[in-house]
Design a protein around this ligand. Structure first.
Ligand code: WT7
Length: 659
C-alpha cells in the first residue's frame, strides 16, 4: 500500500477514508431486493465476468429489437462492439415499449419549476411530444447521423429533445446550460451540429437566466448551425430575440407537425449521443455512446442499483447536461417506466429546505444526489429537514465524487432515518453506467466506500507498472469491455486509444482515478490522478482554464490546481504570472476570476487567484503542480530537488499564507 502522502497528492481525499472499517448491516428491506444476498451477488458477478456473452445476451432479450443481433460481443482491443448486426431505437425502449402497458397513463415526469410551478407528463404525453418533435425535426431536414446540440435548463423538453433526436437517428449532444457561449460554440464546432434546441430562459436561485442570448452569441460564429428551436419556458416573459429564417418556436413547430414519426431502425453500434467531458490536456473530449449497449447497461443498472419498482417515485437531482442525467433521468429510468421528479432550480431556493419539501410533497421513494449537496445540507442544519415527513424514502444514492464518512452518516441518519440503504455509485461519462456500487439490501456498506463492482465490470487496482494490487492503493482500471462503455472520442480515434488504453499497453482501461482496495475487496475511490478537478461533482480540466487565463493580455503563464474544499469537495486556485510591466492588484484578480466564469462557465470560477513572479518549474520546464498544491494546502514543501529555482518557493509559500 502506498503511503498516504502519495495518495494525498491527487486530492487529499484519502485521509478522510483511511481506517474506516465500520459496516452497516442492511435492513430487512433486503428480503425483496433483486439481488437477494452476497453469495448471490458473487455468483452473478462471476458469471458476468466469465461469460459476458451469455450474461448480457440473456438480458438483451428485454430490449425491443427491429432486427435481432448476430453476435453479442466483438472485442478488438480497445474497440468493443456489442450486439453486432442488431437494429433497434432508443426512443422505442423508453416510450413505445410502455404504450400497451399499465405505464401509458402513468406519470413519467413531475416537473417542478423553481418558483413553484408544476407540470405532470404521462408516458403517453412524452410519447406524443417526442413523435411531434421528431416529425418536425425531419421536416427541417434533420436526419440520421446529424448532430443536434441541446442547450436547455431543466425543463421536460430537455429529455423530449433527446428522445426526439434518438427517434430519427440524429445524435444529440447536450451542453450543460451553465456553460458559456464560447464553450457551447466549441462543442458545436467540434461535432458540426446542424441545429440547437434551446429555451428562451429559466430560473436559477431566484434570477432569470437568459438562455437564448447565450445561444445567439454561440451560434454567431458557428457555421454549421442551420436551425435554432426555442422552447418558451413560460410563467413570465424571458426577453430574447429571434433570427428570421433560422429560429423557430418549439410550439409553432409542434402545432404543424405530424403526430407520428416512425422510429428509425438504428444499428446497435450507431452513435446515440455525444457528451463532452474534460480531460488532462487540450479541449474537451466528445465521448460518444451507441444505442444497444448503452441502453442495456443503463436499463439493467437502474433497475438493480435503484431497485426500481412500478410504484417508485425516483428523483435524480443531477442536470441532464451531465452523464448522470443522461443515464439516470432519461435512459435508465424511462426504460424501466418509473415516475420521476424533475426539478429546475437550486437546492436552497427559496429556502434550504427546498429538496425535502419536494420529497415530502411528491412522496419520493428513491433519491440520488451528489456528496457536495449533502455537505451543503449538513451545513445549513437539520432544522430544514426535521419538520419534513420523509418516510416515503426507501433508498438513497450518491454520485460524482468521494463521499466523506461524516456526510455519509448524516445522509443515512438524518435523511434516511437509518432505514434506507445508501448506494455510493462510482462511474464516469466514459463508463456510461454505474460501475462500482453496493446493491441495495445485499451489499453491506462502509461509509465512504463505493464497495464492489457491478455486473460485468472487472475492476482492478494497478500500480504504475501494471502490477495488480489486491489490497492497497493504486490506480483504478477495468480489464474487460462492458456494454455501456464509450465507443470513442468523436473524431479522434487515436486520442481514445492514447487516453484510456495506453497506460498499460492496451490491457486495461485506465479510469484516471486513484483508489484503494481493502481486505474485503472493497473499493475506496480517492479521486483523479490527472489534472482534472472535481468541483461540486463537476469535472473540470485545469488545462482548459489555464488557456483561458493566458488569453488575458496581462497574463504570461497560469497553473490551475484543485485543493480540498469543505462543501465543494475541491475548489480551484489559479497561480498566475504577469507579463513584463503588468502590475498585480485585487481588481485584476477579480477580473481574471470573472474571465474564467465568462469564458468557460460560472461553475468554474476559481476560488482564488494568486499572483506569482514565476511558476515553480522543473529544469526541463514542467510546472510542478505538486508544489503548488502543497503551498495551497499549507503542507511542508516536499521534494524540491528537481526544481530549477527553489529559493522563490519559500517566498511564494509565505505570500500565499499572508495574502
Ligand atoms: C469522475 C467522473 C458519473 C457520474 C458523474 C460524474 C468521480 C464519480 C464517484 C464516486 C468517488 C466519483 C471520479 C470519476 N466520481 N462518482 N461515487 N466516488 N468519485 O461523471 O463527470 O464523468 O466524472 O467523477 O473521479 O472519474 P464525470
Amino acid at each position: 500500500m502506498p503511503s498516504e502522502n502519495e495518495l494525498n497528492e491527487s486530492t487529499g481525499a484519502f485521509e478522510r477514508v483511511a481506517g474506516e472499517e465500520q459496516s452497516f448491516p442492511t435492513p430487512p428491506w433486503a428480503e425483496q431486493t433483486r439481488t437477494p444476498s452476497m453469495p448471490e451477488y458473487r455468483r452473478r458477478w462471476e458469471k458476468s465476468i466469465a461469460d459476458p456473452e451469455s450474461f448480457w445476451g440473456e438480458l438483451a432479450r428485454e430490449l425491443v429489437w427491429d432486427r435481432p443481433y448476430d453476435t453479442v460481443l466483438e472485442w478488438n482491443r480497445p474497440f468493443a462492439k456489442w450486439f453486432v448486426g442488431g437494429k433497434l431505437n432508443a426512443s422505442v425502449q423508453c416510450l413505445d415499449k410502455h404504450l400497451d402497458s399499465s405505464a401509458t397513463d402513468k406519470t413519467a415526469i413531475t416537473w417542478i419549476g423553481e418558483p413553484g410551478d408544476r407540470r405532470t407528463l404521462t408516458y403517453r404525453d412524452l410519447y406524443m411530444s417526442v413523435n411531434k418533435l421528431a416529425s418536425a425535426l425531419k421536416q427541417l431536414g434533420v436526419g440520421r447521423g446529424d448532430r443536434v446540440a441541446v442547450y436547455m435548463p431543466m425543463l421536460p423538453e430537455l429529455p423530449i429533445a433527446c428522445l426526439a433526436c434518438a427517434r430519427i437517428g440524429a445524435i444529440h449532444t447536450v451542453v450543460f446550460a451553465g456553460f458559456s457561449s464560447q464553450s457551447l460554440r466549441d462543442r458545436i464546432d467540434d461535432c458540426g451540429a446542424v441545429a440547437v434546441i434551446t429555451a428562451d430562459g429559466g430560473w436559477r436561485r431566484g434570477s432569470q437566466m437568459r438562455i437564448k442570448d447565450i445561444v445567439d452569441d454561440a451560434v454567431k460564429g458557428a457555421s454549421s448551425i442551420k436551425h435554432v428551436v426555442v422552447v418558451k419556458r413560460g410563467g413570465v416573459e424571458f426577453p430574447h430575440s429571434m433570427t428570421h429564417g433560422r429560429d423557430v418556436y418549439y410550439d409553432d413547430l409542434l402545432s404543424s407537425a405530424d403526430d407520428f414519426a416512425a422510429p428509425e431502425p438504428m444499428d446497435s453500434e450507431d452513435p446515440l449521443f455525444i457528451l463532452y467531458t474534460s480531460g488532462t490536456t487540450g479541449k474537451p473530449k466528445g465521448i460518444f455512446h451507441t444505442h444497444a449497449g448503452y441502453l442495456l447497461g443503463t436499463m439493467v443498472s437502474a433497475r438493480e442499483v435503484f431497485d426500481m419498482r412500478d410504484n417508485d417515485v425516483f428523483w435524480c437531482t443531477a442536470d441532464v447536461g451531465w452523464i448522470t442525467g443522461h443515464s439516470y433521468i432519461i435512459y435508465g429510468p424511462m426504460q424501466n417506466g418509473v415516475s420521476q421528479v424533475m426539478y429546475e432550480g437550486a437546492p436552497n431556493h427559496p429556502t434550504p429546505g427546498r429538496f425535502w419539501e419536494i420529497v415530502e410533497k411528491e412522496k419520493v421513494t428513491v433519491f440520488y444526489t451528489a456528496p457536495t449537496a449533502i455537505r451543503a445540507f449538513m451545513g445549513w442544519g437539520d432544522k430544514w429537514v426535521t419538520p419534513r415527513d420523509l418516510t416515503s424514502l426507501r433508498l438513497l444514492g450518491t454520485v460524482g465524487e468521494p463521499i466523506n464518512p461524516e456526510a455519509w452518516r448524516w445522509y443515512h441518519k438524518t435523511i434516511g432515518a437509518g432505514r434506507c440503504p445508501i448506494v455510493d455509485t462510482w462511474w464516469q461519462t466514459e463508463t456510461g453506467s454505474i460501475s462500482i456500487t453496493p446493491l441495495p439490501g445485499a451489499t453491506p456498506t462502509k461509509p465512504g466506500s463505493a464497495t464492489l463492482p457491478f455486473y460485468g465490470i472487472d475492476a482492478a487496482i494497478l500500480d504504475e507498472q501494471g502490477n495488480e494490487v489486491t489490497e492497497g492503493g493504486g490506480l483504478l482500471a477495468i480489464r474487460k469491455p462492458w456494454p455501456a462503455m464509450m465507443r470513442g472520442i468523436w473524431g479522434d480515434e487515436n486520442r481514445y486509444r492514447e487516453t484510456y488504453w495506453s497506460k498499460w499497453d492496451g490491457k486495461y482501461y485506465f479510469a484516471g482515478d486513484g483508489a484503494y482496495r481493502d481486505k474485503d475487496g472493497y473499493f475506496w475511490i480517492v479521486g483523479r490522478v490527472d489534472d482534472v478537478v472535481n468541483v461540486s461533482g463537476h469535472r473540470i480540466g485545469t488545462a482548459e482554464l489555464e488557456s483561458a487565463f493566458v488569453e488575458h493580455p496581462a497574463v504570461n503563464e497560469a497553473a490551475v490546481i484543485g485543493v480540498p474544499h469543505k462543501i465543494k469537495g475541491e475548489c480551484l486556485i489559479g497561480f498566475v504570472s504577469l507579463c513584463d510591466g503588468q502590475r498585480h492588484s485585487a481588481e485584476l484578480a477579480e477580473e481574471l476570476r470573472d474571465l474564467i466564469a465568462e469564458k468557460i462557465g460560472k461553475f468554474c470560477r476559481p476560488e482564488r487567484v494568486m499572483f506569482v513572479e514565476d511558476l515553480p518549474k522543473t529544469r526541463s520546464g514542467k510546472i510542478m503542480r505538486r508544489l503548488l498544491r502543497d503551498i495551497a494546502t499549507g503542507k511542508a514543501l516536499g521534494d524540491v530537488t528537481t526544481l530549477a529555482d527553489s529559493s522563490a518557493l519559500e517566498k511564494l509559500a509565505r505570500e500565499y499564507r499572508d495574502e
